[in-house]
Design a protein around this ligand. Structure first.
Ligand code: 6AU
Length: 301
């Protein structure tokens, strides 16, 4: 748990997406994933654009350039955009093309939160075909473990040749979730059986891995075969929840106390009346500071 994101890249020799993600997180100093649950193409792109200028300015900052007011702009705000492609009313290939352009410009990965939940043969078709062709453009997607190993095998047949990766939903942030106890344990076991495709979990806390903090560099060079990237939704700084069962915790709680790696934030950033740029900055700082605090705590042990 004490290892930096960059050091952990070696724990994912089979998953380029995991290594890319850890590298982006470290380079841009952000563990924030923005969840874009909006129904119009334009809205989706506007949210990305609003946060995007900070990311662009990081490139300028790297070369030490300044904006017109003479001040160096702040660091990037997100490393990963999370989509729900099937809620977009005016979806077309143009959206995917624009997403790709923004992704290259700002250097983030795309996570399609599809929550697959069917038998292997069906999810294979849902992942590769239909209108959305998710596997063609999403670096990461997710699946419920409820159907058993077949769901991972089916998705893997499509995604692995394309260099994609999968997260398993082993816990949920909503009140009354059934994904607890032995269900969560079984989900972890399932992920362990498919390390060549599964890079982590959607969960509220760290679930696996060696938590040791060795002072011996040789120990730290050993690959931790049980390391998974944990991404936590249900993160909010201003609200305790919504009217439909969502429950929020702070980035500090999620990253420092629960050892999660990525905070997933949606309405906390673009909800009504919010200043998207300011909120993205607030969550990025909060998530990153919690991570630094975690590293500090571990190294003092
Ligand atoms: O910050 P919010 O509440 O506006 O959005 C949270 C996002 C939504 C949910 O579909 C998603 O996180 N989510 C997930 C994911 C990421 O799989 C799992 C879960 O247990 N809870 C949850 O909110 O896009």
């Amino acid at each position: 748990m004490s290892r930096t994101y960059a050091q952990r890249a070696k724990n994912f020799p089979q998953n380029e997406v995991a290594r890319m993600l850890l590298k982006i997180i470290e380079q841009k100093r952000t563990n924030l994933c923005v969840a874009i649950d909006l129904t119009k193409k334009r809205q989706v792109l506007e949210v990305i654009e609003k946060v995007g200028p900070y990311v662009c300015l990081i490139k300028e900052e790297r070369t030490n350039s300044k904006d017109s007011s003479g001040s160096i702009k702040g660091k990037l705000r997100f490393s990963k955009a999370k989509t729900h492609i099937d809620i977009i009313e005016d979806f077309d290939q143009g959206l995917i093309d624009e997403l790709r352009i923004l992704q290259e410009r700002f250097n983030f990965l795309i996570f399609e939160d599809r929550k697959f939940a069917d038998i292997g043969n069906t999810v294979k078709l849902q992942y590769s075909s239909g209108i959305y062709k998710i596997a063609e453009w999403a670096h990461i997607t997710n699946a419920h473990p409820i159907p058993g190993d077949g769901i991972i095998k089916g998705l893997k047949e499509v995604g692995k040749p394309l260099g994609r990766s999968l997260l398993i939903l082993s816990e949920m942030s909503s009140a009354g979730s059934l994904a607890t106890g032995s269900y969560t344990e079984a989900a972890i076991e399932m992920a362990r059986r498919h390390r060549d495709f599964v890079i982590g979990f959607v969960a509220g806390r760290k679930l696996t891995g060696n938590n040791y903090d060795s002072k011996n560099q040789a120990d730290n060079d050993v690959i931790d075969n049980d390391d998974f990237i944990v991404m936590s939704p249900g993160v909010g700084l201003s609200d305790a929840g919504d009217k439909l069962g969502q429950q929020y915790r702070s980035p500090r709680d999620v990253v420092l106390k629960s050892g999660s790696d990525v905070i997933i934030v949606g309405r906390g950033i673009y909800g009504e009346g919010r200043d998207i740029i300011e909120e993205a900055k607030r969550y990025q700082e909060s998530g990153w500071n919690a991570y630094l605090e975690r590293l500090e705590l571990q190294s003092n042990k």
